[in-house]
Each structure stands twice: as structure tokens, then as C-alpha cells.
Design a protein around this ligand. Sequence first.
Ligand SMILES: *Cc1c(COP(=O)(O)O)cnc(C)c1O
Length: 372
Amino acid sequence: MDSGALAPLDGTEVPDSKGEDKGDMSETIDLRSDTVTKPTPEMYRAMAEAELGDDVLGDDPTVKRLEELAAEKVGKEAALFVPSGTMGNLVALMTHLRPSEEVIVEEQAHLYLYEANGLTAIAGAMPRPVRGVRGHLRPEHILSKLRPDNVHFGRPRLVCLENTANLAGGTCLSPEDTQAVCATAHAHGLAVHLDGARIFNAAVALGVDVRELTGPVDSVMFCLSKGLCAPVGSLLAGPADFLAEARRNRKRVGGGMRQAGILAACGIVALTRMVDRLAEDHENARLLAEGLAELPGIRVDLDTVETNMVWFHLDPARMDGEAFQQACAQRGLLLLHRQGGRCRAVTHHGVTRADIERALRIIQRLLWESSP
Ligand SMILES: *Cc1c(COP(=O)(O)O)cnc(C)c1O
């Protein structure tokens, strides 16, 4: 980090009030999520020119092209275009599981805590949550949840991984650790589904081909509509017979879309043009995290800042989290307060290095003004 970005503050100095944070308030910096990204100009052109058909009848060539490209990228036989990551995960769960079967899942997993309980309500499965390491399951966590075959128990059937692990800070699961956990699951007759909403962030951060992260799993979902900037859409990929059944389950939950090529066209641009630039988001997240770590009343675990997310903790004695979120918003900086002072900021295509520097000044001023 360029040390000029933010002067260290010991709580006694007045931050520079001539800073740009008094400037153009029309330029809101939106760090709530990478889902706020808009389609790129190239995506608009691709939409206008997309060849379309009725995809439920199987003849939208652009959707087919996206599904083939996606399958190839993650090294699977086939892929299925779905409207959201939540539906991709749900359809995967419905396809892997029969009611009453058990799913071993990290206790903060998105598909366990943030998907309106589709896992139980629709797939009818039984979650077996376990605390992992920085959001990730290890072989011993799988073993700890296995029980002998007994009439009292549901059957364990599936392990769910998440890469990057959102609630843990956007942390990555390496190829070696993915291999190890999948080997243990498979040795015990369990399939593995990967919630790879941000799998390309993981691949870019780790400097590996995404196939090293998806190869060992049986199915993977990833999102086009987050850091990759497509307006709508996710993909579920896996073996062809699995995907044929998943296609039926997608229809069952109303996810069959007609001239969906208009969206798939953006997805093709997302996958071919928007992956490598994620490195820039990771650099900006790092800059933000290091700046925040210097501010009084804020704690950041810098070790968890591996991709485009910064989870930080605001000391409630210094300022209430809700009040902090609102005060930031009034100054043109949007971020999310979850609870108890835990806040999240996410970098993306619409956020520059200069925006991060301005965001840090906004927060620095705010904390200074509210200091006891
Ligand atoms: C965003 C997200 C999803 C769901 O994606 P939607 O498109 O918002 O439904 C699933 N898993 C993780 C880890 C996510 O961050």
C-alpha cells in the first residue's frame, strides 16, 4: 500500500478536511456487494446481437453456447444456466438428495444460512453443520459427522463446500485441500457439491486454473452476476446424467427460461473477458483492509482478506454498527452492517483505487468526529 493513501491517525489529529470526501457526493461508492455491478458496454452489444430461441424447447443457441463454454471452463461434461446462485444450489441439492438424507456443511455456509432454507423446505434434507477452518471443511470435519448405519439416523449423502467462503471473509480453499476433503467424502460414499459463487475469485487469487478447484467435486455452481458483472445468471455444472435430472428439477422450481440467450450473451462475455481483471478487485480489497486496520475502533483480520471482501469489526463502544452504516451512506459510502459491529465491504468492477482511498478518508473522518 502506498503509505500516502491514509495518514496514520492516533486519535488526536484532525484528519485533512480538504480531502476529496467533501467533493462530488453524486459519486456514491457502493461496497455492499459485487452483485451491484452493471453490464459492461460489451455485454449490451452482445445482448443486442444475441441469437435467440426458446430454451425450454431446447433451441436457444446462445444459452447452449454459454453452457458448453461453462462446462469446458470448469472441466465438467455439462452445465445448466439458472437464474440465480440460490437456484443453482437448490437444484443441485434436489438432484443429489432424497428427503431425509443428510448434508455435511460448514456452519456458516451460504446455502445453509442464506438461502431461505431451501435445503430443508424444498430438498427435504437434513443439514449437519460443523465449524470448519476459516469457513472450510477438512477431512476430519467430515469424519466427525459420520455415524454408523443405524435405524435411528438419516443417511449421509452429500458434502457441501464453498469457495470462496463468503462469511469467513472470502477465503480460498486450495486445490490440495479440495482434493483431500473430496477424497475423504468419496471414500465414505458421499458426493460433493461446491458452492463456487466466487470460484473465479479463488482461482485468480490462488493463481491456478479453476479446474484444479472444480475437478475433484461432483457438481459446482458458480455465479456470473457477481464480480463477473453479468446482470443475471449462474451455472450448475457436473456429469451429463446429473445435469439431465437437474434440468428437470430446474423446471420443477420454475427456472426454465425462454429467450434466455439475451442473458446468456452477457454470461459469455463474463466468462471470456471478466475473469482476469478480478485481480484488481483483490488488490483494492487489500488496500481497504490495510487502511481500515490502522483506524481506531476497527479490527480486521488481515489473514482472511484473500479476495474481494473485507469483513471488519467496529467496536460498539466507539460507534453502533447501524449508525455507522447510515452515517457512511450519508457521506456517499455504502457498505453492509450485519450485526454486533460486524461489517462487510466488497470490491468490484465499479470501484477504483481512488474510490478506496476516498472510502478510507470517509471512515477516518467519521470515526474521528464520533470519538469519545
Ligand atoms: C451470492 C451467493 C450465492 C447465491 O447467489 P444468488 O445469485 O444471490 O442467489 C450462493 N453462495 C454464495 C457463497 C454466495 O455468495
